[in-house]
Design a protein around this ligand. Structure first.
Ligand SMILES: Nc1ncnc2c1ncn2[C@@H]1O[C@H](COP(=O)(O)OP(=O)(O)OP(=O)(O)O)[C@@H](O)[C@H]1O
Ligand SMILES: [Mg+2]
Length: 360
């Protein structure tokens, strides 16, 4: 069946590490997203699964079989490339049939499967068009059809939505997820868009500079980030440098004192992570009142409002549901003093960045 296992898979180009030993187990029917900034090794990882890049370390197993040495067409994978990579001189039908020809599937079966998969991605009637006669979203679906037509055990998608506008991206995102769930496809999708990863995938792999930082569900990564990089990359987060001075008392390097989870963390240097939606605010009685923060800017976003604040030299972002028109918060303006509060347990202490630059 279609489980996928990456066992210490890594890639070096000369002395440069593109991907550092990735261990990952994708279950049959599961959709996992590789998420991370540009250049962190997402495409390289996907290409090692598809067989277009030979790993320098580790093994790739599909359905329990070691395919590390197998060429791409002998692996049971279907891949959608970052740029679609449709053949410009070939019709939609010929583009989709290509993988079947490579696999020596007979003509009658080929035609039937192309028809079926074009229906699946809602492209019936466009069989004879060339790619340049299609919209971006339609080309994107041809790329999907071409990968799906071979009934892959593992479906690989490299930023398949990056060329679409925001609205179409939202729609196609839902279509891909529905299709993946309906067909029970084991899927690895690459994206650098956290919203895409959060909405589509069962689990996420956050990568940074060739390394896996954390693997988990959206909730796990959002609520229990392993390190400041993950906290800052998945959702928005206030990350404050400083030290735990006493249980429950965090002293920012700027001098601000911030309450935090009392927990059992050892005293010493830490990074405090506080999600903006956990900061409540109220107008402070006087501008000079003790412990008050200063409002720097307010951004009205409709349902939500962002408050850019400064507490004793430490910038903080708070995001709240926009209060009703008669709420005193609506009369706040830049320069005003505000009192901040949050549940101590919402302020998590993370270790400072691990020593990163090893190897390189
Ligand atoms: N053929 C190659 N030769 C040398 N270095 C390479 C090669 N391919 C990729 N790299 C390097 O490996 C690193 C990872 O590249 P990769 O394409 O996997 O990144 P990515 O996460 O997909 O980025 P993006 O989001 O920009 O697509 C980069 O530093 C890149 O320059
Ligand atoms: Mg890439």
């Amino acid at each position: 069946m279609g489980s996928l296992l990456l066992d210490g898979v890594g890639k070096r180009y000369g002395t440069a590490v593109a991907v550092e030993r990735v261990d990952l187990d994708v279950r049959q029917g599961e959709m996992v997203a590789l998420l991370g900034p540009s250049g962190c090794g997402k495409t390289t990882t996907l290409r090692m699964v598809a067989g277009f890049v030979a790993p320098t370390t580790g093994r790739v197993l599909i359905g329990g079989a070691d395919v590390t040495q197998a060429p791409p067409h002998a692996r049971d994978t279907g891949m959608v490339f970052q740029s679609y990579a449709l053949f410009p001189h070939m019709t939609v039908a010929a583009n989709v049939a290509f993988g079947l020809e490579m696999r020596k599937v007979g003509r009658a079966e080929r035609e039937q499967r192309v028809r079926e998969v074009l229906r699946l991605v809602r492209l019936e009637g466009l069989e004879e068009r060339l790619p340049r006669q299609l919209s971006g979203g339609q080309q994107q679906r041809v790329a999907l059809a071409r990968a799906l037509v071979v009934n892959p055990a593992v479906f690989l998608l490299d930023e398949p939505l990056s060329n679409l506008d925001a609205k179409l991206r939202g729609e196609v995102r839902m279509e891909i997820r529905a299709l993946q769930q309906r067909l029970g496809l084991t899927t690895l999708i690459v994206t650098h868009d956290q919203e895409e990863a959060l909405t589509m995938a069962d689990r996420l792999v956050v990568m940074d500079r060739g390394r896996v930082r954390q693997v988990g569900t959206a909730e796990e990564l959002y609520e229990r980030p392993a390190d400041p990089f993950v906290a800052g990359f998945v959702g928005r987060c206030n990350l404050v440098e400083g030290a735990l001075e006493a249980p429950g008392a965090f002293r920012a390097t700027t001098g601000a004192l911030l309450p935090c989870a009392p927990g059992s963390a050892a005293l010493g240097r830490r990074i405090l992570a506080l999600r903006p939606e956990h900061i409540a605010l109220a107008p402070a009685p006087s501008p000079a009142s003790n412990g008050a923060a200063r409002l720097k800017a307010v951004t009205y976003l409709g349902a939500l409002t962002e408050y850019h604040l400064e507490l004793d030299g430490t910038p903080l972002l708070a995001i709240r549901p926009t209060p009703p028109a008669d709420d005193p918060l609506r009369r706040l303006s830049p320069g005003d003093a505000v009192r901040l509060s949050w549940e101590a347990s919402a302020a998590r202490l993370l270790s400072a960045e691990p020593t990163d630059q090893q190897g390189a």
